[in-house]
Design a protein around this ligand. Structure first.
Ligand code: PEP
Ligand code: MN
Length: 241
């Protein structure tokens, strides 16, 4: 595998300012967690919602990379941003809404940059595996697959976390598979239990949203864990100190 397991990706839904990101990186760094979510561009359903700092956030990432041993993961929406983002982004996330954006996948495939590909919210496992082949088929083996829940009728969770996706993808591809507990569940009270389940069925890692002050977060405030909740989460999945 091109990346070492367990792949624990934590950090805020979106970067809001330098201070909150530095606080989070500092906290995670002390736990030897170096893969940090740092959303620059946020694909929001409502255009009035917080859209992220965009390229203006890149100097914040560059500054923190000089200060801490950290790798940033951030979603790319437009291939024209690739070079600019590559100054500070280590893994390019393709979000659920863009899993079937084959033009984007082809370009990321050719570029060879590390990509975290999320499952489309209405995509079958077969469609997900085929989307991954756009990356690998165009020459990029640096790919992580991420189950993030699929749409269904039940509103108890934000999406329905389909753990069968994990062992099935592992039969279909040799790529690492992780589970995004935050966007699949949309709640944090059952994240630790489902995190254990995801690892038990073979996931190579987990993604969790962590924010210094979830109640005041500009996006996904209900599902982001504060530092203490994340500590408890790590202990429950036996990755605490
Ligand atoms: C995210 O991880 O920031 C995100 C928007 O998730 P998804 O694409 O799975 O909805
Ligand atoms: Mn989010």
């Amino acid at each position: 595998m091109w990346i070492e397991a367990p792949i624990i990706i934590a950090g805020p839904c979106a970067i809001e300012n330098q201070f909150m990101l530095e606080e989070t990186v500092h906290f995670l760094n002390a736990k030897h967690l170096h893969l940090v979510r740092a959303g620059l561009f946020k694909p929001r359903t409502d255009y009035r919602s917080y859209q992220g700092l965009g390229t203006e956030g890149i100097p914040i990432l560059s500054y923190l990379k000089q200060k801490y041993p950290v790798s940033f993961i951030s979603e790319i929406l437009d291939i024209r941003d690739l070079d600019r983002m590559a100054e500070a982004v280590d893994i390019f996330q393709v979000g659920s809404r863009n899993m079937s954006n084959y033009a984007l996948l082809k370009e990321l495939g050719k570029s060879g940059v590390p990509v975290l590909l999320k499952r489309g919210m209405c995509a079958t496992i077969h469609e997900f595996a085929c989307a991954a082949e756009y990356l690998t088929g165009y020459g990029n083996q640096h790919v992580i697959l991420c189950e993030r829940g699929i749409r269904s009728f039940d509103t108890a969770t934000r999406n329905v976390l389909d753990l069968s996706c994990v062992p099935l993808l592992k039969k279909m591809t040799s790529l690492p598979v992780i589970v995004d507990l935050s966007h699949s569940l949309g709640r944090k009270d059952i994240a630790a239990a489902m995190g254990r389940a995801a690892l038990a069925c073979g996931a190579e890692g987990l993604m969790v949203e962590v924010h210094p002050s979830p109640a005041t977060a500009l996006s996904d405030e209900k599902q982001q864990m504060n530092f203490q909740e994340f500590d408890e989460f790590l202990n429950f999945i036996n990755m605490g100190e």
